[in-house]
Design a protein around this ligand. Sequence first.
Ligand code: PHB
Length: 407
Amino acid sequence: MSAERTAPDVVTTTSVAIVGAGPAGLMLAHRLGRSGVDCVNIDVRARAEIETTHRAGILESASAADLLDTGVSDRILRDGDEHAGVELRFGGRSHRIDFQDLVGASVWLYPQTDVFIDLADARDRDGGVVHFGVSGTVVDSVETDSPTVKFTDAAGARHEIRARYVVGADGSHSVCRKLVPEAQRSQFFREYPFAWFGLLVETPKNAPELIYAHSEHGFALVSQRSDTVQRLYFQCDPDESVDAWSDEQIWSTLHDRLSGDDGFELHTGPIIDKSVLRFRSFVQQPMRWGSMLLAGDAAHTVPPTGARGLNLALHDVRVLAPILVRALGAAGDSALDDYEPQALERVWRAQNFSFWMTQMLHNPPAATGFDLQRQLGELSNVVGTRAGRAYLAEQYTGWPSAGGPVG
Ligand code: PHB
């Protein structure tokens, strides 16, 4: 190819090129913008696609504070719901874990799609540059102090961004994390022999808070979206096809996993969305390579059972933003050394919690009677003592941040 054909149509010079415009990438851009640092986000997905991809819905209060205290939006106060606890359901009965009483904290039911909409709107409002729907992304020279990001925008124009730092916030299929040479990176992961069948249904709320249910037939989760739309999940085979399930089968599966002596019954109604969500536990280290840093799902993913994924991503950028500001100032690259130690401790705590909740509540394909009874013993240990309940409450509502004040 000749030099003319490969020359970009648009060259942009900026301080931080952010690959990814999901919640982690956009929250980082928002924080950098507040500190007077210029940046550009790109994402392969169209904005409408991100807005309509259903993800988890629980924000710990530090994540809610990220939206409120940094001026993203206060919509969560109107459209979100504060939950002061969750229910663990097993042996046909529900047991409430009272977060407020146990650890003085709550969480917010506010779907990730709404977090994304608020952040994308805030970027528009604040004049941030975000290219959605890009293709052909190539990140180069991350081992130098002038990395580049080349891509073609949705209208077909070829771009080159020349940056001082690149942040890979490009999700669980990250291209950025592959730039850490194989010999230099460690990838830790665990696959699970089950997935979640996720549903959106048009019914009234089933309970004031979330219900995480263990049963001999497998796991189920009763969550919410609004007064008229609810989010339900049940454990299924990872290779399950949504089309193979009739509505009757879906409702009877949920019934079997949630029914009990207390007469609890789900509301039934039209099913408006179905999908199978596969998941795994994953961490890649290091989280920095030369001038590139990884944040959010690009560096780590967790099973959804502990509702940690989005919260962990927001924590990464809470830590990373002030470090990048220092690195771009007098401190230089040495400021970056603080990122991984501050981010990673929480990553592994969240990995443990998500793994723990997952193995406690799901029914592995080859589970024996012993396995099921042992899980019931574990659940009784959790709900049966204040220390057990407080342990769950502390992890579910989030740990104190290593990132210092919100900014
Ligand atoms: C959800 O509402 O989508 C949700 C809630 C809690 C979880 C996972 C997903 O642990």
